[in-house]
Design a protein around this ligand. Structure first.
Ligand SMILES: [Zn+2]
Length: 279
């Protein structure tokens, strides 16, 4: 069965409201990006941009479905947690400790900005085999060829900027961990067919979510997050949450939901262990 990921972006990742990040000051962003531009990278970027030159005239499908992935059909759920950017972006240590204590594998989508803010925490997470580190973009910029915006997050609409966001984010993680991420989740989990194509050209698979926990809704209580998870849990569900806002209520929600899910026969897996190789 193919996972059908929904694009219900409502109320998703409100953390990104304050996550305009460095783009709020254009010059530091340009300077930062330039510091990452090696001659090899610029050549690479030019090739990718050239490949998409024809696409400019092609009709764009907003919110195109991502590449299909397959899962065993067993009662397996992927818990995924984003580390967005922004002034209020922190580290929910108690949540991570809980996942460790309960031996719950999880996938962490991390931005380059968060890596810079918490280098020691990042190294610690990357060294833990319980966690899979994936790419949430270099600067936490949403990706829309048509320039559509979600939740006030800065959006990239130029192909070259998309390559910077995806590829430089992946290279930053690879440089720090020795492993190139295989999945890319754009800021606000928002994408379109052109962004999907660019990701594919870069060898990445775009992953949004199929189960919106609602953890980012302002003042949402733990019981609502818990109920969302329990009501929507299905074999192969990809649950989206965050681990960069310790004041949110994912931990309490999971403490209540996980025993119930386990009693229902569910287990948890990282995304990279989640799919079946069709070959
Ligand atoms: Zn985010």
């Amino acid at each position: 069965m193919t996972i059908r990921r929904r694009y219900l972006c409502a109320a998703l990742c409100l953390s990104v409201l304050a996550a305009a990040g460095p783009a709020a000051a254009a010059r530091p962003v340009v300077t930062y990006l330039k510091s990452l531009y090696t001659p090899d990278y610029l050549q690479f970027k030019k090739r990718i941009v050239g490949r998409f030159a024809e696409e400019h005239a092609a009709p764009m499908t907003p919110l195109a479905p991502p590449l299909g992935r397959r899962y065993p059909g067993d009662k397996v759920i992927a818990l995924t947690f984003d580390a967005c950017s922004g002034r209020n972006s922190g580290y929910n240590e108690k949540l991570i400790e809980y996942l460790r204590a309960e031996k719950i594998p999880a996938t962490l989508f991390i931005t380059g900005i968060w890596m810079d803010k918490y280098p020691a925490k990042f190294r610690e997470l990357a060294a833990d085999p319980l966690f899979e580190i994936e790419n949430h973009g270099l600067l936490h910029r949403a990706c829309s060829y048509a320039g559509m915006k979600k939740y006030g997050v800065n959006t990239v609409s130029e192909i070259g900027d998309m390559v910077d966001e995806m590829e430089l984010g992946a290279r930053k993680i690879q440089a720090a961990t020795g492993r190139r991420p295989v999945f890319f989740r754009p800021a606000a989990a928002f994408t379109d067919s052109i962004c999907m194509g660019v990701a594919q050209a870069l060898g990445m698979e775009v992953v949004t979510f199929s189960l919106l926990s609602g953890d980012a809704v302002p003042r949402v209580p733990a019981r609502t997050i818990r109920d969302n998870i329990l009501k929507r849990a299905r074999p192969g569900a990809v649950v989206i949450m965050h681990f960069n806002r310790p004041e949110w209520h994912e931990l309490e929600a999971l403490k209540q939901a996980v025993p119930i899910l386990r009693a229902r026969g569910y287990s948890f897996a990282r995304l990279e262990d989640f799919s079946i190789n069709e070959n």
